[in-house]
Design a protein around this ligand. Structure first.
Ligand code: AMP
Ligand code: ZN
Length: 476
C-alpha cells in the first residue's frame, strides 16, 4: 500500500518514503501546559494519532517512533502560575501549574482514544544537564560558532539573514514574513526578524545557568533540541497545526539545519487545518471557547454531555487539512451513526485487519471522510456478517468505538443506564410489531411515549432486505 501525504514544504501530495522503514520517525509539537486544552488543540492530537496508528499498521508496531513534547517553560506559564498561585514562590507555582495541566491533558487525550506517543519529552529536561552542556545550550553554542547567532544584552538571537533558506517552508519572502508576523522590535536585535534562542530570566523566573548568564530558552529552540535528541538531526515527519508553520516551524527548521549543517530537518511537514466553533473563530472573548474537559464532562456545549468516542468520530468527519466547523449538529450526527452501528457491532468478535479500501482511503493523505463513507457502506447490509465484521475492524482501527452500549454513548440526562436503553429497544420492537400488525394507533402511541422520554425515532428501509430498520437518538 502506498502512503501519500501532503507536504507543506513542497506544497504537493507525495509518496511517503521513510528514511528507515524499520524506524519511521515523527515529531509533533505538543501543548504548552498553562491551561486546559481546548477542542482545537484536540485536533492535531487526534489527527496525528490516526497517522501514528496507520504508520504502525503499514510498517509494524515496533517500527514507528512518535515524539510529542510538553512545553513546560514559557512566558504564558509564568504569568498564569503567578495569577493562580500568588501565595507560592514563583518556581513552586510554575511546577504546580505545569504538573496539574499536564495531568489534565493526559486524561483528556487518553479519553479521546489517543495512544500515548513513544516519547513525551518535557522541554525543561533538555535545558540543563548537571555536568555537560545541555541539548539546547549545545545547539545555541553551535549556531554562534557557525556565525548564525549572536549575543546581545543577555539574549542570544538567531541571525535570519545568515540563512539563505529562511522562508522556504512558509514560502514567503522576508518582507512578507515581516509584515505578517508580529515581530518584536528590540534595540538589541540586528534585524527585526531575528528571533530569540536564549533570553535572560529575573531571579524569580525559571532559569538555568548558561554561558550567557541565568536565562531560559526560546520556544522554537525547545523543539529543535528535543527532536534531535530523540529522532536524530533528520527525520521523517514533523507535524502540528497550520498556525505553527510560521514562525514556529520556520524557525525550528532554520535553527536545526544551521546548527547541524544539514539541508533537511524533516522530509515531510504536515499541518492540520483550524477548527472553529459554530462558524466563529474560537476565543474566550466570543464566549465560544470549548475545552475538551467541558465537552466530555459537563453541559457547557449545547447542554449535552458528549461521549469521547463521539467527539473523536466527529473530529474525523473532516479531512485533516480542511478547516473544521465544530457544531452541535456535527456531534449529533456522529452520535447517531455510532448509536446505529453499536447495535449491530456488539455481537461480533473483533476482526484484526480492516480491508484494503479503508486503509487505502487513509493512505491517501489521511482521507478520513472517504474512510467513513466506506464504513457507512459496510454498515448498510446488516445481514452480511463479513461486512459487519469489517466495519468492526474499521471502528476499532480509528478508535471510534470499543463495544460501548447505546446508553454509554448517550448523555446522562434522560437515558441513564443500559436498562433504559434496553427498554428503548423493547419499545421499538413492540412498535415494529404493532406496525406489522397494522395497529398504527398503538405504533404511534409507542412513538409518542418514547418522545416523552426524549427519544426520537428514525425509520429507514434496509435496501438489501427491504426491512424497516428503526434507529433512535436523544431528541434535541
Ligand atoms: P498551542 O498550545 O497553542 O501551541 O497549540 C497546540 C496545538 O494545537 C498546535 O499544534 C496548534 O496548531 C493546535 N491548535 C490550536 N488551536 C487550534 C484550532 N482552533 N484548530 C486546530 N488546531 C489548533
Ligand atoms: Zn514545536
Amino acid at each position: 500500500m502506498t502512503l501519500k501525504l501532503y507536504n507543506t514544504r513542497t506544497k504537493t501530495k507525495e509518496e511517503f518514503k521513510p528514511i528507515d522503514p524499520a524506524n519511521v520517525r515523527m515529531y509533533v509539537c505538543g501543548p504548552t501546559v498553562y491551561d486546559y486544552a481546548h477542542i482545537g488543540n484536540a485536533r492535531p492530537v487526534i489527527v496525528f494519532d490516526v497517522l501514528f496508528r496507520l504508520l504502525r499498521h503499514l510498517y509494524g508496531e515496533s517500527h514507528v517512533t512518535y515524539v510529542r513534547n510538553i512545553t513546560d517553560v514559557d512566558d504564558k506559564i509564568n504569568t498564569r502560575a503567578a495569577e493562580r498561585y500568588p501565595d507560592l514562590p514563583p518556581l513552586d507555582a510554575i511546577a504546580k501549574l505545569t504538573t496539574e495541566t499536564t495531568a489534565q491533558f493526559h486524561s483528556d487525550v487518553a479519553a479521546l482514544g489517543c495512544l500515548p506517543p513513544t516519547h513525551e519529552p518535557r522541554a525543561t529536561d533538555y535545558v540543563a544537564k548537571p555536568d555537560a552542556a545541555s541539548d539546547m545550550i549545545r545547539i545555541v553554542q553551535r549556531l554562534i560558532e557557525r556565525g548564525h547567532a549572536y549575543e546581545a544584552e543577555g539574549h542570544v538571537l538567531f541571525a535570519v539573514a545568515t540563512d539563505p533558506n529562511y522562508g522556504k517552508l512558509a514560502r514567503r519572502s522576508l518582507d512578507e514574513m515581516q509584515a505578517g508576523a508580529r515581530v518584536e522590535v528590540a534595540p538589541y536585535k540586528r534585524d527585526a526578524m531575528d528571533f530569540v534562542l536564549w533570553k535572560p530570566s529575573a531571579p524569580t523566573e525559571p532559569g538555568w545557568a548558561s554561558p550567557w548568564g541565568y536565562g531560559r530558552p526560546g520556544w522554537h529552540l525547545e523543539c529543535s533540541a528535543m527532536s534531535a535528541a530523540l529522532l536524530g538531526e533528520t527525520f521523517d515527519i514533523h507535524g502540528g497545526g497550520i498556525d505553527l508553520v510560521f514562525p514556529h516551524h520556520e524557525n525550528e527548521l532554520a535553527q536545526s539545519t544551521c546548527a547541524h549543517g544539514t539541508d533537511i530537518m524533516a522530509n515531510t511537514w504536515m499541518h492540520n487545518g483550524f477548527l472553529q466553533v459554530e462558524g466563529e473563530k474560537m476565543s474566550k472573548s466570543a464566549g465560544n471557547f470549548v475545552t475538551i474537559n467541558e465537552l466530555l464532562n459537563s453541559d457547557n456545549f449545547g447542554n449535552q454531555y458528549w461521549h469521547p468516542r463521539v467527539v473523536r468520530f466527529a473530529m474525523l468527519g473532516a479531512q485533516y487539512r480542511q478547516p473544521l466547523d465544530w457544531t452541535v449538529d456535527r456531534l449529533v450526527q456522529a452520535r447517531s451513526t455510532l448509536l446505529d452501528w453499536s447495535l449491530h457491532l456488539h455481537d461480533y468478535p473483533d476482526q484484526s485487519e480492516p480491508n484494503n479500501d479503508f486503509i487505502g482511503a487513509l493512505s491517501d493523505d489521511l482521507n478520513t471522510p472517504a474512510a467513513i463513507t466506506i464504513m457507512h457502506s459496510l454498515a448498510k447490509n446488516r445481514s452480511n456478517i463479513s461486512d459487519i465484521r469489517q466495519l468492526k475492524a474499521c471502528v476499532k482501527f480509528l478508535a471510534v468505538f470499543h463495544n460501548e452500549t447505546q446508553a454509554d454513548l448517550l448523555p446522562g440526562n434522560k437515558v441513564t443506564s443500559f436498562e433504559d436503553s434496553k427498554l428503548v429497544e423493547v419499545k421499538i420492537n413492540a412498535r415494529l410489531a404493532a406496525r406489522a400488525a397494522k395497529n398504527f394507533a398503538e405504533a404511534d402511541r409507542i412513538r409518542d411515549e418514547l418522545a416523552a422520554m426524549g427519544i426520537a425515532l428514525k425509520d429507514a428501509k434496509d435496501p438489501a432486505t427491504g426491512e424497516i430498520v428503526t434507529t433512535w437518538e436523544i431528541a434535541r
